[in-house]
Design a binder for this molecule. Sequence first.
Ligand code: GDP
Ligand code: MN
Length: 371
Amino acid sequence: MNLLEFEGKALLRESGIRVPPGQRVTSPDQLQTMHYPVVIKSQVPIGGRGKSGGIYVADTVDDAKEAYERIRKLRIKGYLPSAILAEEAVQIRQELYFSLSVDRRNKMELLLFSEAGGMDIEKVDKDRIRAINIDPILGLQDYQLAQILLHATIEEKAKVGLKQVIRGLYGAFKARKLELLEINPLVLDSAGEWVCVDAKIVVDDNLCHKNSQEAAKAPSSFEEATHGLGVNGVELEGDIALITSGAGAGLATIDELKSHGGTVRAFVDLGSLVYDKDKMMEVIELVYDLKPKVVLFNFYFQVARCDTLSEAIVNSLRDIPVVVRTRGKYEEEAREMLVQHGCYATSEFNDAVLKTIEMLSGERTAHGNLG
Ligand code: GDP
Ligand code: MN
């Protein structure tokens, strides 16, 4: 299901992503109280409105009212508008193209980025488009973000902001299980902020049967919450919750657990959160809320400290068995603390995996005895 621009922007706004202030207009009187200049935008389920006269920047109320009446009746590629959107005009400093889509054939997500913003992407030269495949389990990685922006001509300060915006867009894309999220243009405004000036969003039809748009909009609260904390959380249906630092460690651990018959309830890559004990604890709490049967932490730190991690683990313990594999600075201190608090701690990867599987079967037996 394709969302109209104003619906798509409402979804983005809910996800904390900046869109221009504005609203759907059903009577010209509503144009009176806005901050000018104002953009009047035809809401048709198709692009290229700019070129067809469906987008108009008005400097005064009278000008806007006139445009409203004109655009209301303007047919674009056969479509009359389903609605009219009026927004405060953005002062454009730079326009980018950005999109995320699901590539079903390759079971990957595709990110497209171009500095040729505001143009039809089909007409942009291939060498001006950056395409990145994202593993849906691992999520968008920091190195991929860096790669996208490596040669982009964007001020350093704006680049930092852009990375945050892209993280936010990716978070919304995942949490809402979108098929397509296209922002063209993604605009750097005169205040140096990134704003989504246009939005094309396609929601998975399977999620919106019985014409329930709400169903499609309901994200996994776990995934949304982890994205809100700046990490990639994935919710699945198995038994083991896995928390790692780094994508490679995550994949390797999932494979190993699976080869021993384990199934994954949730996977979180803590990424750079490993330096922030409070944030880590928030993530760990979210994982416990999913009521996994065992939680496995697998950490091989180069720079971060194992004892920061173990403090976070110990401070958030609940009545769920915990297995921790740590390697790196202060690993022995970390393991000692963990063991004192009833966790199973080891430096060996295989040991951790096997212990996790063992605890899982123990858990099952216990349930069996009760049942
Ligand atoms: P589309 O043509 O259907 O893709 O509609 P868009 O919403 O992308 O608008 C087309 C173009 O109009 C954009 O690429 C911008 O250049 C311009 N435009 C849209 N909104 C604004 C705005 O708020 N301020 C300015 N200055 N230009 C805008
Ligand atoms: Mn557009």
